[in-house]
Design a protein around this ligand. Structure first.
Ligand SMILES: [Zn+2]
Length: 427
């Protein structure tokens, strides 16, 4: 695969990604947090480039930036391509942005080839995909799919501003969220860096995503007694950290077992562990853990949670402490990518002579929400050493262009095949 036989311009796509990367907090590259002035500056650049590409640009009530080019037969509905332009703190130049730039470059490539689609084509920059200071991820795609409720809009950031105010501040309208809800999208496609090492280690060009993991988060609290570390004999201790440590080991062991069963994807992590009072001379009196469970098979989550429940109680008894909380903080179901769209993407990769594989996504994406209202699918491109959410995050120019070209092929194909389906349905 060489750059010259791709149906789009790798340099132009690269320039969009790099131009957005310039818009960063200079002290913490690459930071462009949602709802900030920098974020709006990034969007202004995107809106300008959308317009230059011939897109009509608007913000919807959920704060999504949408560029649109009318099809020859608008009644057919919309094919949409998108992702997000916000970043995590000290994030990378590619996560999200690559998917938005892909949509933009596809519009320009179609124009350059003199192709006008039957379907209307939209490029979407979803608002606040990354978890923001308001404690919620995927704000825009939730809004577009009717999944952004009042309780979420009431969430506040540490300074006290509610999400509904922030949404208004960036041009959305929380009182008219129903207007953002869509029923006219016939296909949604998202390109994203893999954020893992599978494609790179297998020397593959693209991954066709089979499903996006469901994520459940469970909070556990162990309550013991804070005592003097020098004078409290071992047998008389109520050490909350001993129960927590046993639970961390159980999480690891159970997750390894379930992952090894295959073929479903399964991972679980304890990423939060707080110890009170956290002093070297005090027996830990209280511990809080958050377990993050991700899988493509909800039945594995059910089995894992049973094990976690049982073993964490056993650890608390053994450590003579009480488990005072075992609470589900959030629970999103896994989402299967649309089979028809996946086959179009596979076919596109074949036509371009690209090496591909099917793989699940262990990270959440806007496509997971979009699949609630439209057939949705994703293309992954390799990123160096799997690094993401870090300044070193890197994807090669040609790798990005190859992934974008797969979506380009699929869009052209879908424009024809979805039209035929409608005609056959009417006949
Ligand atoms: Zn992302």
């Amino acid at each position: 695969m060489t750059k010259s036989n791709l149906p789009l311009d790798a340099d132009r796509l690269w320039d969009d990604v790099m131009a957005l990367a310039e818009i960063t907090d200079p002290t913490r590259p690459y930071t462009r947090r949602s709802f900030t002035a920098l974020f709006l500056e990034g969007r202004a650049l995107l809106a300008r480039r959308f317009s230059e590409a011939g897109l009509t640009t608007r913000l919807d009530a959920a704060g999504n930036l949408i560029g649109r080019i009318e099809g020859r037969n608008p009644a057919l509905g919309v094919i949409a391509i998108g992702s997000h332009s916000d970043t995590v703190p000290s994030g990378g130049r590619f996560d999200g942005i690559a998917g938005v730039a892909t949509g933009l470059e596809i519009v320009r490539a179609l124009r350059d080839s003199g192709i006008r689609l039957d379907h209307t084509l939209e490029v979407i920059d979803f608002l606040a995909e990354e978890p923001s200071e308001y404690g919620l991820s995927c704000v825009g795609s939730r809004g577009m799919t009717g999944s952004l409720d009042d309780k979420m809009l009431d969430l506040t950031e540490p300074g006290g501003e509610a999400l509904r105010e922030a949404l208004r501040r960036v041009g959305g309208d929380p009182t008219r969220l129903g207007k953002a809800r869509r029923d006219d999208i016939r296909a949604f496609l998202e390109l994203h860096i893999e954020q893992g090492v599978v494609l790179e280690s297998c020397s593959l060009d693209v991954g066709i995503v089979t499903s996006i993991v469901g994520i459940r988060r469970i909070e556990l609290v162990f309550q013991g007694e804070a005592d003097h570390a020098g004078t409290t004999p071992m047998a008389l201790r109520h050490d909350a950290l001993v129960a927590a440590a046993g639970t961390v080991s159980s999480v690891r062991r159970a997750a390894e077992q379930l992952a090894a069963e295959g073929p479903s994807y399964f991972v679980a992590t304890v990423g939060v562990l707080t110890v009170h009072p956290s002093a070297s001379n005090i027996v830990p009196g209280r511990c809080r853990l958050i377990v993050d469970i991700r899988t493509t098979d909800p039945d594995l989550t059910r089995r894992f949670v049973e094990i976690l429940d049982r073993e964490s109680v056993a650890h608390s008894l053994a450590a003579q402490v009480t488990r005072t909380s075992f609470a589900t903080l959030s629970d999103g179901p896994p989402v299967a990518c649309d089979e028809n769209l996946r086959s179009k993407l596979r076919q596109g990769a074949n036509e371009l002579g690209l090496k591909q594989m099917d793989l699940p996504s262990g990270a959440g994406h806007d496509a997971a929400f979009m699949s609630r209202i439209a057939p949705s699918a994703m293309v992954f491109v390799p990123c160096r050493a799997g690094k993401s959410h870090a300044p070193e995050e890197w994807a090669d120019r040609d790798a990005l262009a190859a992934g974008a070209a797969v979506i380009y092929q699929a869009v052209k194909d879908l424009d024809q095949s979805l039209t035929r389906n409608v005609q056959q349905g009417a006949a």
